[in-house]
Design a protein around this ligand. Structure first.
Ligand SMILES: CC(=O)SCCNC(=O)CCNC(=O)[C@H](O)C(C)(C)COP(=O)(O)OP(=O)(O)OC[C@H]1O[C@@H](n2cnc3c(N)ncnc32)[C@H](O)[C@@H]1OP(=O)(O)O
Ligand SMILES: O=C([O-])CC(=O)C(=O)O
Length: 428
């Protein structure tokens, strides 16, 4: 058994003991109530899920295990996957074993490239990523074992196998999508001497700069997970809870990530910054920029990269990217505009329409695109693919742990307006 598998097994035992304790102390205790506004309001604030990979505190941001974003942001993505799924960082030997496992599974079947090359040239890269993973569904070891009648207690082991196979292929898949969609279609081979994010930087083939490889590492770490209720992770978990295998569940999660209110906001942010650059110049006057932002708001659009369903402060992932930018990209015009927006937008959103925006502060997407732009990845349609490569770690870890804990199919109850009106009438 690999160290990762052992680590997950131990973590599952610890988590199960905690759950037994929780149930013994108060299985029927009420921790959250649902009002009618929440039923119609995207269930915002309703505590309805348990997820032990990560936690988002509204005021201090993302934690993985007990580690704050600042504390884990200097790690390798492989270490982060270990942490998400075992609750601990790997030691050196476990990390090397895990990296070697990934290397051995990195080869992408030829039919995936055939599928991707057959698509219309202007297909969105997120469609290609989702489809690329879905096209490999027939490789699922979970599905094959399920058909042979595997025990419920073994589900997570086969989902781990599927996860490893998917994760291992992501750098090559993302690199290939970039080169088919935006380049001459020539693919750069996987290099087993490089780590996971190093291979991603290498196979994109845009930049040999060490700073770019450092950015890819940071990018893959910061986007990895954001607890269980965000659109993409929740979608992936719901799909997997029906025992659809991880190829289906990962592809489904990525489809949710592809929306502009979620992961696609990172491409929208750079589009927004480039529009400002074109219309107002590289160093726009503060008052002119304010007026521009108010125009955008008054025309009914959101300011991409600002606001969050859970966070109520500047996202620490934004801060980590900004710090990286200060050191590596300080002269980049997009970075400068992104910084200027940070000094102006929160104040505008805070006062906009009597404070209807719950969180005026920037999220992770407000800064990442400017850094990619600095290193020459200018095709912003591609940005969410990089987000997706990272977020698949969270999907996989969440689903493995949920299956290991024997969690059931997810199926909340919906009601009609009539039902709600009758309830209100009955209450008087
Ligand atoms: C990786 C991620 O997914 S991070 C989020 C990425 N998405 C973005 O950056 C897009 C811009 N932001 C938004 O659209 C929102 O802030 C979301 C989707 C992130 C959160 O949505 P909610 O939890 O519903 O936010 P909130 O409670 O503040 O919404 C209240 C109102 O403020 C508006 N609002 C929220 N953020 C913004 C914003 N950045 N610009 C303009 N208006 C906003 C909402 O559209 C909503 O208006 P409505 O009542 O007319 O529908
Ligand atoms: O948590 C959310 O709703 C959005 C998300 O996934 C993130 O910020 O990374």
């Amino acid at each position: 058994m690999t160290d990762l598998k052992k680590g997950i097994q131990n973590h599952l035992l610890e988590l199960q003991l905690e759950i037994d304790d929780i149930f013994a102390k108060g299985r029927d205790s009420v921790v959250s109530e649902v009002n009618i506004g929440q039923i119609y309001g995207g269930m915002r604030g309703v505590v309805a899920l348990a997820c032990n990979t990560s936690y988002v505190d509204p005021y201090s941001g993302l934690y993985i295990g007990e580690y704050t974003t600042d504390e884990f942001s200097n790690k390798l993505p492989e270490e982060i996957f270990f942490l998400l799924s075992t609750g601990k960082f790997p030691d050196k030997k476990s990390l090397l074993n895990f990296q070697s496992e990934l290397n051995q599974r990195a080869q992408i079947p030829q039919y995936v490239w055939d599928v991707l090359r057959s698509l219309p040239k202007d297909t969105h890269p997120m469609t290609m990523l989702s489809l690329g993973i879905l096209s490999m569904e027939n490789e699922s070891v979970f599905k094959k074992a399920y058909q042979k009648g595997m025990k419920k207690s073994d589900y997570w082991k086969y989902s781990l196998e599927d996860s490893m196979n998917i994760l291992a292929k992501l750098p090559a898949l993302a690199g290939g999508i970039y080169r088919i969609r935006f380049g001459d279609g020539h693919l750069i081979p996987h290099d087993p001497s490089l780590d996971w994010s190093g291979n991603l930087a290498h196979m994109l083939g845009v930049n040999d700069d060490k700073g770019f490889a450092d950015l890819m590492r940071l990018y893959l770490v910061l986007h990895c997970d954001h607890e269980g209720g965000n659109v993409s992770a929740f979608t992936s978990r719901v799909v997997n809870s029906a025992l659809s295998d991880l190829y289906y569940a990962v592809s489904a999660g990525l489809n949710g990530l592809a929306g502009p209110l979620h992961g696609l906001a990172n491409q929208e942010c750079l589009r927004f910054i480039l529009e400002i650059h074109d219309k107002l110049g590289a160093d726009p006057d503060e008052q002119v920029l304010r007026a521009y932002i108010l125009d955008v708001l008054n025309s009914g659009h959101v300011i991409p990269g600002y606001g969050h369903a859970v966070l109520r402060v500047t996202d620490p992932r934004f801060t980590a990217f900004m710090n990286f930018g200060e050191t590596n990209c300080a002269t980049n015009p997009c970075f400068k505009i992104a910084k200027k927006l940070f000094s102006i937008v929160p104040d505008i959103l805070m006062h906009y329409k009597e404070g209807k925006v719950a969180n005026p502060w920037p999220n992770v997407d407000a800064m990442s695109g400017s850094l990619l732009n600095h290193y020459g990845v200018n095709e912003f349609d591609f940005y969410t693919v990089l987000f997706g490569v990272s977020r698949v770690m969270g999907f996989c870890a969440q689903n493995i742990l949920a299956q290991g804990l024997g969690q059931p199919i997810i199926r909340p109850k919906s009601v009609t307006n009539k039902w709600v009106l009758e309830r209100l009438r009955a209450k008087g």
